[in-house]
Design a protein around this ligand. Structure first.
Ligand code: AMP
Ligand code: MG
Length: 494
Protein backbone atom coordinates (compact mmCIF):
# COMPACT_ATOMS: atom_id res chain seq x y z
CA UNK A 1 0.00 0.00 0.00
CA UNK A 2 1.28 3.48 -0.81
CA UNK A 3 1.82 5.77 2.14
CA UNK A 4 -0.69 8.61 2.24
CA UNK A 5 0.34 12.09 1.23
CA UNK A 6 -0.22 14.85 3.79
CA UNK A 7 0.36 17.72 1.40
CA UNK A 8 3.54 18.73 3.21
CA UNK A 9 5.64 21.69 2.13
CA UNK A 10 8.64 21.62 4.40
CA UNK A 11 10.21 25.06 4.63
CA UNK A 12 12.28 24.28 7.72
CA UNK A 13 13.82 21.27 5.98
CA UNK A 14 15.08 23.67 3.28
CA UNK A 15 17.14 25.64 5.81
CA UNK A 16 20.84 24.73 6.18
CA UNK A 17 21.57 21.20 7.36
CA UNK A 18 23.05 22.31 10.70
CA UNK A 19 19.62 23.62 11.77
CA UNK A 20 18.47 20.06 12.46
CA UNK A 21 19.21 16.36 12.25
CA UNK A 22 17.36 14.32 9.66
CA UNK A 23 16.02 11.05 11.02
CA UNK A 24 12.89 8.96 11.24
CA UNK A 25 10.88 8.11 14.36
CA UNK A 26 11.78 4.86 16.13
CA UNK A 27 9.06 2.24 15.62
CA UNK A 28 6.93 1.09 18.55
CA UNK A 29 5.62 -2.37 19.45
CA UNK A 30 1.86 -2.17 19.53
CA UNK A 31 0.21 1.17 18.79
CA UNK A 32 -3.38 1.81 19.83
CA UNK A 33 -5.32 4.94 19.12
CA UNK A 34 -6.43 7.06 22.05
CA UNK A 35 -7.93 9.97 20.18
CA UNK A 36 -7.88 11.86 16.91
CA UNK A 37 -8.91 15.51 16.94
CA UNK A 38 -11.35 15.42 14.02
CA UNK A 39 -12.03 19.14 13.96
CA UNK A 40 -8.35 20.05 13.90
CA UNK A 41 -7.62 17.40 11.28
CA UNK A 42 -10.27 19.03 9.10
CA UNK A 43 -8.73 22.47 9.56
CA UNK A 44 -5.40 21.05 8.44
CA UNK A 45 -6.90 19.49 5.33
CA UNK A 46 -6.35 15.97 6.67
CA UNK A 47 -8.95 13.22 6.57
CA UNK A 48 -9.78 12.17 10.15
CA UNK A 49 -10.93 8.75 8.88
CA UNK A 50 -7.50 8.20 7.33
CA UNK A 51 -5.84 9.14 10.64
CA UNK A 52 -8.07 6.70 12.53
CA UNK A 53 -7.41 3.88 10.07
CA UNK A 54 -4.79 1.21 10.82
CA UNK A 55 -2.43 2.96 8.45
CA UNK A 56 -3.12 6.35 10.05
CA UNK A 57 -2.32 4.92 13.48
CA UNK A 58 0.95 3.54 12.09
CA UNK A 59 1.81 7.09 11.04
CA UNK A 60 0.72 8.69 14.33
CA UNK A 61 3.01 6.38 16.32
CA UNK A 62 5.96 6.80 13.97
CA UNK A 63 5.95 3.27 12.52
CA UNK A 64 5.27 4.54 9.03
CA UNK A 65 5.96 7.86 7.31
CA UNK A 66 3.66 9.84 5.02
CA UNK A 67 5.16 9.76 1.53
CA UNK A 68 5.96 13.48 1.54
CA UNK A 69 7.37 13.66 5.10
CA UNK A 70 10.90 14.96 5.59
CA UNK A 71 11.37 13.96 9.22
CA UNK A 72 13.82 15.93 11.32
CA UNK A 73 14.70 16.90 14.88
CA UNK A 74 15.31 20.61 15.37
CA UNK A 75 18.43 21.98 17.08
CA UNK A 76 17.99 24.54 19.83
CA UNK A 77 19.53 25.70 23.08
CA UNK A 78 18.07 27.58 26.02
CA UNK A 79 18.24 29.01 29.49
CA UNK A 80 16.63 26.52 31.87
CA UNK A 81 15.78 27.96 35.30
CA UNK A 82 18.28 30.69 34.52
CA UNK A 83 21.14 28.34 33.64
CA UNK A 84 22.57 28.08 30.14
CA UNK A 85 22.09 24.80 28.25
CA UNK A 86 24.03 25.13 24.97
CA UNK A 87 22.62 22.02 23.30
CA UNK A 88 19.03 20.97 23.79
CA UNK A 89 17.06 20.27 20.62
CA UNK A 90 14.25 17.84 19.93
CA UNK A 91 15.34 14.97 22.14
CA UNK A 92 12.09 13.10 21.77
CA UNK A 93 10.24 14.80 18.97
CA UNK A 94 10.30 14.54 15.20
CA UNK A 95 8.89 17.14 12.87
CA UNK A 96 7.12 15.23 10.10
CA UNK A 97 6.43 18.26 7.96
CA UNK A 98 4.41 21.42 7.44
CA UNK A 99 0.91 21.73 6.03
CA UNK A 100 -1.10 24.79 5.06
CA UNK A 101 -4.29 25.05 7.08
CA UNK A 102 -7.69 26.23 5.87
CA UNK A 103 -6.83 29.84 6.75
CA UNK A 104 -3.65 29.70 4.67
CA UNK A 105 -1.27 29.43 7.64
CA UNK A 106 1.65 27.04 7.77
CA UNK A 107 1.43 24.51 10.62
CA UNK A 108 4.03 22.01 11.87
CA UNK A 109 2.99 18.43 12.46
CA UNK A 110 5.29 16.86 15.01
CA UNK A 111 5.39 13.55 16.84
CA UNK A 112 6.37 13.87 20.49
CA UNK A 113 7.66 10.76 22.25
CA UNK A 114 8.87 9.27 18.97
CA UNK A 115 12.25 7.91 20.08
CA UNK A 116 15.81 9.01 20.56
CA UNK A 117 17.50 11.63 18.40
CA UNK A 118 21.03 13.10 18.34
CA UNK A 119 19.67 15.64 20.88
CA UNK A 120 18.41 13.12 23.43
CA UNK A 121 21.40 13.34 25.80
CA UNK A 122 20.49 10.85 28.55
CA UNK A 123 16.80 10.73 27.71
CA UNK A 124 14.99 7.75 26.24
CA UNK A 125 13.19 9.78 23.60
CA UNK A 126 9.84 8.60 24.87
CA UNK A 127 6.75 10.13 26.45
CA UNK A 128 4.46 8.69 29.11
CA UNK A 129 0.72 8.32 28.62
CA UNK A 130 -0.24 10.51 31.60
CA UNK A 131 1.65 13.64 30.51
CA UNK A 132 0.48 13.06 26.92
CA UNK A 133 -3.14 13.10 28.13
CA UNK A 134 -2.42 16.20 30.24
CA UNK A 135 -1.00 18.00 27.20
CA UNK A 136 -3.92 16.89 25.05
CA UNK A 137 -6.53 18.08 27.57
CA UNK A 138 -4.86 21.30 28.64
CA UNK A 139 -3.71 22.48 25.21
CA UNK A 140 -7.15 21.87 23.70
CA UNK A 141 -8.78 23.59 26.70
CA UNK A 142 -6.48 26.58 26.22
CA UNK A 143 -7.50 26.77 22.58
CA UNK A 144 -11.21 26.96 23.36
CA UNK A 145 -10.47 29.45 26.13
CA UNK A 146 -9.01 31.68 23.42
CA UNK A 147 -5.36 31.37 24.39
CA UNK A 148 -2.79 30.98 21.58
CA UNK A 149 -1.39 27.47 21.87
CA UNK A 150 0.07 24.45 20.17
CA UNK A 151 -2.66 21.92 19.54
CA UNK A 152 -3.14 18.19 19.93
CA UNK A 153 -3.99 16.35 16.73
CA UNK A 154 -3.81 12.82 18.14
CA UNK A 155 -2.60 10.57 20.91
CA UNK A 156 -1.66 6.90 20.62
CA UNK A 157 -0.31 4.44 23.14
CA UNK A 158 2.79 2.52 22.08
CA UNK A 159 2.31 -0.82 23.84
CA UNK A 160 5.75 -0.25 25.37
CA UNK A 161 6.73 0.58 28.91
CA UNK A 162 8.64 3.74 29.69
CA UNK A 163 10.85 3.76 32.77
CA UNK A 164 10.41 6.75 35.06
CA UNK A 165 10.13 6.50 38.86
CA UNK A 166 8.37 3.29 37.86
CA UNK A 167 7.38 1.60 34.60
CA UNK A 168 4.60 3.53 32.90
CA UNK A 169 2.70 3.12 29.63
CA UNK A 170 4.30 4.91 26.68
CA UNK A 171 2.45 7.19 24.26
CA UNK A 172 3.04 9.51 21.34
CA UNK A 173 1.35 12.89 20.98
CA UNK A 174 0.92 14.49 17.58
CA UNK A 175 1.48 18.17 18.23
CA UNK A 176 0.53 20.93 15.84
CA UNK A 177 2.19 24.34 16.08
CA UNK A 178 2.45 27.49 13.99
CA UNK A 179 6.11 26.59 14.23
CA UNK A 180 8.48 25.10 16.76
CA UNK A 181 10.93 28.00 16.56
CA UNK A 182 11.83 29.12 20.06
CA UNK A 183 13.85 31.90 21.65
CA UNK A 184 16.25 29.02 22.34
CA UNK A 185 16.59 28.38 18.60
CA UNK A 186 18.01 31.88 18.19
CA UNK A 187 20.22 31.35 21.24
CA UNK A 188 21.60 28.15 19.72
CA UNK A 189 23.09 30.07 16.78
CA UNK A 190 24.00 33.21 18.75
CA UNK A 191 26.08 31.14 21.15
CA UNK A 192 27.97 29.70 18.16
CA UNK A 193 28.43 33.21 16.73
CA UNK A 194 26.85 31.92 13.54
CA UNK A 195 25.55 35.23 12.22
CA UNK A 196 24.60 33.82 8.82
CA UNK A 197 22.38 31.24 10.47
CA UNK A 198 20.84 33.86 12.75
CA UNK A 199 19.93 35.99 9.76
CA UNK A 200 18.46 32.98 7.95
CA UNK A 201 16.46 31.98 11.00
CA UNK A 202 15.22 35.53 11.51
CA UNK A 203 14.22 35.80 7.83
CA UNK A 204 12.43 32.47 8.08
CA UNK A 205 10.58 33.55 11.25
CA UNK A 206 9.57 36.84 9.62
CA UNK A 207 8.27 35.11 6.47
CA UNK A 208 6.43 32.59 8.50
CA UNK A 209 5.00 34.56 11.42
CA UNK A 210 5.40 38.28 10.94
CA UNK A 211 5.43 39.14 7.22
CA UNK A 212 4.65 42.79 8.06
CA UNK A 213 7.99 43.03 9.87
CA UNK A 214 9.62 42.21 6.55
CA UNK A 215 8.26 45.47 5.13
CA UNK A 216 9.78 47.50 7.94
CA UNK A 217 12.91 49.62 7.57
CA UNK A 218 14.50 47.46 10.25
CA UNK A 219 12.97 43.99 9.81
CA UNK A 220 14.87 42.35 12.68
CA UNK A 221 13.89 45.06 15.13
CA UNK A 222 10.31 44.74 13.91
CA UNK A 223 10.56 40.98 14.45
CA UNK A 224 11.66 41.54 18.04
CA UNK A 225 8.80 43.95 18.63
CA UNK A 226 6.26 41.58 17.08
CA UNK A 227 7.45 38.68 19.25
CA UNK A 228 7.21 40.94 22.30
CA UNK A 229 3.64 41.89 21.37
CA UNK A 230 2.68 38.25 20.94
CA UNK A 231 4.30 37.20 24.22
CA UNK A 232 2.73 40.11 26.11
CA UNK A 233 -0.69 39.03 24.90
CA UNK A 234 0.07 35.39 25.67
CA UNK A 235 1.29 35.83 29.22
CA UNK A 236 -1.53 38.28 29.96
CA UNK A 237 -4.06 35.71 28.78
CA UNK A 238 -2.43 33.06 31.00
CA UNK A 239 -2.67 35.28 34.03
CA UNK A 240 -6.28 36.20 33.30
CA UNK A 241 -7.39 32.56 33.47
CA UNK A 242 -5.15 31.54 36.35
CA UNK A 243 -2.77 29.45 34.26
CA UNK A 244 0.74 28.70 35.43
CA UNK A 245 3.04 27.44 32.70
CA UNK A 246 5.58 26.10 35.15
CA UNK A 247 8.63 25.85 32.94
CA UNK A 248 9.12 29.16 31.18
CA UNK A 249 12.61 28.40 29.94
CA UNK A 250 13.74 30.13 26.75
CA UNK A 251 13.51 26.81 24.90
CA UNK A 252 9.83 26.78 25.84
CA UNK A 253 9.22 30.32 24.62
CA UNK A 254 7.76 30.22 21.15
CA UNK A 255 8.56 32.89 18.56
CA UNK A 256 4.98 32.63 17.26
CA UNK A 257 3.58 33.52 20.71
CA UNK A 258 1.84 30.19 21.27
CA UNK A 259 1.84 28.37 24.59
CA UNK A 260 4.27 25.50 24.13
CA UNK A 261 5.41 22.65 26.34
CA UNK A 262 2.74 21.49 28.76
CA UNK A 263 5.05 19.89 31.31
CA UNK A 264 4.41 20.85 34.91
CA UNK A 265 1.66 23.34 34.02
CA UNK A 266 -1.58 23.75 35.98
CA UNK A 267 -4.47 26.08 36.66
CA UNK A 268 -4.67 27.63 40.10
CA UNK A 269 -7.60 26.76 42.32
CA UNK A 270 -7.32 29.03 45.39
CA UNK A 271 -5.79 32.30 44.30
CA UNK A 272 -2.32 33.07 45.51
CA UNK A 273 0.23 35.01 43.46
CA UNK A 274 3.09 32.81 44.67
CA UNK A 275 1.55 29.57 43.43
CA UNK A 276 3.99 27.07 41.87
CA UNK A 277 3.23 23.53 40.71
CA UNK A 278 6.45 22.31 39.21
CA UNK A 279 8.16 19.96 41.62
CA UNK A 280 11.56 21.11 40.35
CA UNK A 281 10.90 24.85 40.67
CA UNK A 282 12.22 25.15 44.21
CA UNK A 283 12.80 28.90 44.08
CA UNK A 284 9.37 29.76 42.68
CA UNK A 285 11.09 31.28 39.65
CA UNK A 286 8.07 30.50 37.47
CA UNK A 287 5.36 31.25 40.06
CA UNK A 288 2.06 32.69 38.83
CA UNK A 289 2.97 36.30 39.56
CA UNK A 290 6.49 36.02 38.12
CA UNK A 291 5.35 35.09 34.65
CA UNK A 292 5.45 38.56 33.11
CA UNK A 293 8.90 39.46 34.49
CA UNK A 294 10.17 36.08 33.33
CA UNK A 295 8.75 36.60 29.83
CA UNK A 296 10.56 39.95 29.85
CA UNK A 297 13.80 38.23 30.81
CA UNK A 298 13.34 35.59 28.10
CA UNK A 299 12.69 38.26 25.49
CA UNK A 300 15.77 40.18 26.59
CA UNK A 301 17.56 36.95 25.69
CA UNK A 302 16.03 37.07 22.23
CA UNK A 303 17.01 40.74 21.85
CA UNK A 304 20.57 39.86 22.74
CA UNK A 305 20.78 37.22 20.02
CA UNK A 306 19.69 39.78 17.43
CA UNK A 307 22.38 42.34 18.25
CA UNK A 308 24.77 41.17 15.50
CA UNK A 309 22.08 41.71 12.86
CA UNK A 310 20.09 44.71 14.13
CA UNK A 311 22.60 47.26 12.83
CA UNK A 312 26.11 47.18 11.37
CA UNK A 313 27.22 49.39 14.26
CA UNK A 314 27.32 47.32 17.45
CA UNK A 315 26.67 50.32 19.70
CA UNK A 316 23.61 51.26 17.70
CA UNK A 317 22.39 47.65 17.84
CA UNK A 318 22.68 47.59 21.60
CA UNK A 319 20.79 50.84 21.87
CA UNK A 320 17.97 49.59 19.61
CA UNK A 321 17.70 46.28 21.46
CA UNK A 322 17.63 47.98 24.86
CA UNK A 323 15.03 50.54 23.80
CA UNK A 324 12.82 47.82 22.39
CA UNK A 325 13.07 45.49 25.34
CA UNK A 326 12.30 48.28 27.80
CA UNK A 327 8.83 48.55 26.29
CA UNK A 328 7.80 45.04 27.35
CA UNK A 329 6.32 45.89 30.77
CA UNK A 330 4.05 48.49 29.18
CA UNK A 331 2.99 46.07 26.43
CA UNK A 332 2.18 43.45 29.03
CA UNK A 333 0.29 45.89 31.22
CA UNK A 334 -1.83 47.10 28.31
CA UNK A 335 -2.80 43.53 27.39
CA UNK A 336 -3.45 42.53 30.99
CA UNK A 337 -5.44 45.63 31.91
CA UNK A 338 -7.62 45.25 28.87
CA UNK A 339 -8.43 41.65 29.78
CA UNK A 340 -8.92 42.52 33.47
CA UNK A 341 -11.55 45.14 32.56
CA UNK A 342 -13.42 42.56 30.50
CA UNK A 343 -13.34 40.10 33.39
CA UNK A 344 -14.91 42.73 35.65
CA UNK A 345 -17.52 43.75 33.07
CA UNK A 346 -16.09 47.22 32.60
CA UNK A 347 -16.75 48.65 29.19
CA UNK A 348 -15.53 52.18 29.67
CA UNK A 349 -12.05 53.07 30.94
CA UNK A 350 -11.22 54.83 34.20
CA UNK A 351 -7.77 55.46 35.60
CA UNK A 352 -8.18 53.29 38.70
CA UNK A 353 -9.94 50.32 37.06
CA UNK A 354 -6.83 48.25 37.51
CA UNK A 355 -6.87 49.02 41.24
CA UNK A 356 -10.32 47.47 41.36
CA UNK A 357 -8.80 44.30 39.89
CA UNK A 358 -5.71 44.22 42.08
CA UNK A 359 -7.78 44.92 45.19
CA UNK A 360 -10.10 42.05 44.37
CA UNK A 361 -7.11 39.76 43.88
CA UNK A 362 -5.66 40.90 47.21
CA UNK A 363 -8.93 40.09 48.97
CA UNK A 364 -9.06 36.72 47.20
CA UNK A 365 -5.52 35.90 48.33
CA UNK A 366 -6.23 36.93 51.92
CA UNK A 367 -9.53 35.09 51.99
CA UNK A 368 -8.45 31.92 50.12
CA UNK A 369 -11.00 32.29 47.34
CA UNK A 370 -11.07 30.13 44.22
CA UNK A 371 -9.77 32.11 41.22
CA UNK A 372 -12.05 30.69 38.53
CA UNK A 373 -15.25 30.57 40.58
CA UNK A 374 -14.95 34.14 41.86
CA UNK A 375 -14.87 35.58 38.36
CA UNK A 376 -17.49 33.18 37.05
CA UNK A 377 -19.95 33.96 39.83
CA UNK A 378 -19.21 37.64 39.59
CA UNK A 379 -20.55 37.29 36.04
CA UNK A 380 -23.92 36.22 37.49
CA UNK A 381 -24.34 39.13 39.88
CA UNK A 382 -26.85 41.82 39.24
CA UNK A 383 -26.01 45.51 39.39
CA UNK A 384 -27.85 45.64 42.72
CA UNK A 385 -27.08 43.59 45.82
CA UNK A 386 -29.27 40.49 45.93
CA UNK A 387 -29.59 36.97 47.35
CA UNK A 388 -27.38 35.54 44.56
CA UNK A 389 -24.48 37.43 46.14
CA UNK A 390 -24.19 34.50 48.53
CA UNK A 391 -22.97 32.21 45.73
CA UNK A 392 -19.78 34.26 45.62
CA UNK A 393 -19.60 35.52 49.22
CA UNK A 394 -19.24 31.95 50.47
CA UNK A 395 -16.04 31.56 48.44
CA UNK A 396 -14.31 33.97 50.84
CA UNK A 397 -13.25 32.97 54.38
CA UNK A 398 -14.79 36.23 55.55
CA UNK A 399 -17.64 37.19 53.20
CA UNK A 400 -17.64 40.76 54.52
CA UNK A 401 -14.28 41.32 52.81
CA UNK A 402 -16.00 40.66 49.49
CA UNK A 403 -18.97 42.89 50.34
CA UNK A 404 -16.73 45.91 50.81
CA UNK A 405 -15.11 45.35 47.42
CA UNK A 406 -18.46 44.63 45.74
CA UNK A 407 -19.84 48.03 46.80
CA UNK A 408 -17.01 49.74 44.92
CA UNK A 409 -17.48 47.47 41.91
CA UNK A 410 -21.20 48.20 41.75
CA UNK A 411 -20.64 51.91 42.06
CA UNK A 412 -18.29 51.62 39.07
CA UNK A 413 -20.90 49.59 37.10
CA UNK A 414 -23.56 52.20 37.82
CA UNK A 415 -21.29 54.91 36.49
CA UNK A 416 -20.80 53.17 33.11
CA UNK A 417 -24.52 52.56 32.70
CA UNK A 418 -24.35 49.37 30.61
CA UNK A 419 -27.41 47.10 30.55
CA UNK A 420 -26.95 44.53 33.32
CA UNK A 421 -28.05 41.50 31.28
CA UNK A 422 -25.69 42.38 28.44
CA UNK A 423 -22.84 43.01 30.87
CA UNK A 424 -23.41 39.63 32.53
CA UNK A 425 -23.47 37.83 29.18
CA UNK A 426 -20.22 39.44 28.15
CA UNK A 427 -18.60 38.58 31.46
CA UNK A 428 -19.74 34.97 31.18
CA UNK A 429 -18.06 34.78 27.77
CA UNK A 430 -14.62 35.61 29.20
CA UNK A 431 -14.85 34.06 32.69
CA UNK A 432 -14.95 30.28 32.22
CA UNK A 433 -17.01 27.93 34.36
CA UNK A 434 -14.78 24.98 33.48
CA UNK A 435 -11.01 24.81 33.45
CA UNK A 436 -8.83 21.69 33.50
CA UNK A 437 -8.54 21.58 37.25
CA UNK A 438 -5.47 19.75 38.32
CA UNK A 439 -7.24 17.17 40.49
CA UNK A 440 -9.48 16.29 37.55
CA UNK A 441 -6.53 15.96 35.18
CA UNK A 442 -4.81 13.81 37.78
CA UNK A 443 -7.93 11.61 38.02
CA UNK A 444 -7.80 11.11 34.25
CA UNK A 445 -4.11 10.23 34.39
CA UNK A 446 -4.52 7.74 37.25
CA UNK A 447 -7.41 5.98 35.52
CA UNK A 448 -5.50 5.73 32.24
CA UNK A 449 -2.08 4.78 33.59
CA UNK A 450 -3.18 2.50 36.44
CA UNK A 451 -6.31 0.91 35.01
CA UNK A 452 -6.13 1.42 31.26
CA UNK A 453 -9.41 3.32 31.59
CA UNK A 454 -9.79 6.21 29.15
CA UNK A 455 -13.43 7.01 29.97
CA UNK A 456 -12.51 9.84 32.40
CA UNK A 457 -10.29 11.36 29.69
CA UNK A 458 -13.12 11.44 27.15
CA UNK A 459 -15.55 12.81 29.72
CA UNK A 460 -13.28 15.64 30.88
CA UNK A 461 -12.36 16.45 27.30
CA UNK A 462 -16.05 16.79 26.43
CA UNK A 463 -16.74 19.10 29.38
CA UNK A 464 -13.72 21.29 28.63
CA UNK A 465 -14.85 21.72 25.04
CA UNK A 466 -17.59 24.11 26.33
CA UNK A 467 -15.86 26.06 29.11
CA UNK A 468 -18.24 29.01 29.05
CA UNK A 469 -21.46 26.93 29.18
CA UNK A 470 -22.98 26.28 32.58
CA UNK A 471 -23.47 22.48 31.95
CA UNK A 472 -25.50 21.88 35.16
CA UNK A 473 -25.14 18.13 34.70
CA UNK A 474 -21.37 18.50 35.23
CA UNK A 475 -21.44 20.96 38.10
CA UNK A 476 -19.03 18.77 40.11
CA UNK A 477 -16.35 19.58 37.55
CA UNK A 478 -16.65 23.30 38.31
CA UNK A 479 -15.68 22.76 41.90
CA UNK A 480 -12.24 23.12 43.42
CA UNK A 481 -10.67 20.03 44.97
CA UNK A 482 -11.57 18.88 48.45
CA UNK A 483 -8.58 19.15 50.78
CA UNK A 484 -7.67 15.51 50.24
CA UNK A 485 -7.88 15.93 46.43
CA UNK A 486 -5.45 18.85 46.15
CA UNK A 487 -2.52 18.13 43.83
CA UNK A 488 0.53 19.90 45.17
CA UNK A 489 3.04 19.24 42.42
CA UNK A 490 3.06 18.31 38.79
CA UNK A 491 6.10 16.64 37.36
CA UNK A 492 8.68 17.57 34.86
CA UNK A 493 9.93 14.01 34.39
CA UNK A 494 7.44 13.59 31.62
P1 AMP B 1 11.42 20.07 28.36
O1 AMP B 1 11.77 20.03 29.82
O2 AMP B 1 10.30 19.15 27.99
O3 AMP B 1 11.25 21.44 27.83
O4 AMP B 1 12.68 19.44 27.62
C1 AMP B 1 13.96 19.97 27.73
C2 AMP B 1 14.91 19.20 26.84
O5 AMP B 1 14.98 17.83 27.24
C3 AMP B 1 14.53 19.19 25.36
O6 AMP B 1 15.72 19.19 24.63
C4 AMP B 1 13.80 17.88 25.23
O7 AMP B 1 13.83 17.39 23.91
C5 AMP B 1 14.61 16.98 26.15
N1 AMP B 1 13.86 15.85 26.66
C6 AMP B 1 12.83 15.87 27.56
N2 AMP B 1 12.40 14.62 27.80
C7 AMP B 1 13.16 13.78 27.06
C8 AMP B 1 13.21 12.36 26.89
N3 AMP B 1 12.38 11.54 27.53
N4 AMP B 1 14.14 11.88 26.04
C9 AMP B 1 14.99 12.68 25.39
N5 AMP B 1 15.00 14.00 25.51
C10 AMP B 1 14.09 14.57 26.34
MG1 MG C 1 10.49 21.95 26.02
Amino acid sequence: MNAPIFGFDNSYARLPEHFFARLSPTPVADPKLVQVNDALAGQLGLDPAMLRSPEGIEILCGNKLPADAEPLAMAYAGFQFGGWAPQLGDGRAILLGEVTDETGHRRDIQLKGSGRTPFSRNGDGRAVLGPVLREYLVSEAMHVLGVPTTRALAAVTTGEEVRRERALPGAVLTRVASSHIRVGTFQFFAARQDTDALRQLADHAIDRHYPDAGQSERPYLALLEAVMDAQALLVASWKLIGFIHGVMNTDNTSISGETIDYGPCAFMDTYHPGTVFSSIDHQGRYAYANQAPIAHWNLAGLAQTLIPILDSDNKKSLELAQQAIDTFPAKFEAAYNDGASKKLGLETTEADDITLMTDLLDVMADQHADFTLVFRRLSDLDDETGPEDDTIRTLFDDPAAFDAWARRWRARLKQQGVDSKLRRERMASVNPAYIPRNHRVEEVIRAAEDHGDLAPFFKLHGILARPFDEQPEHIEFQKPPKPEEVVHATFCGT
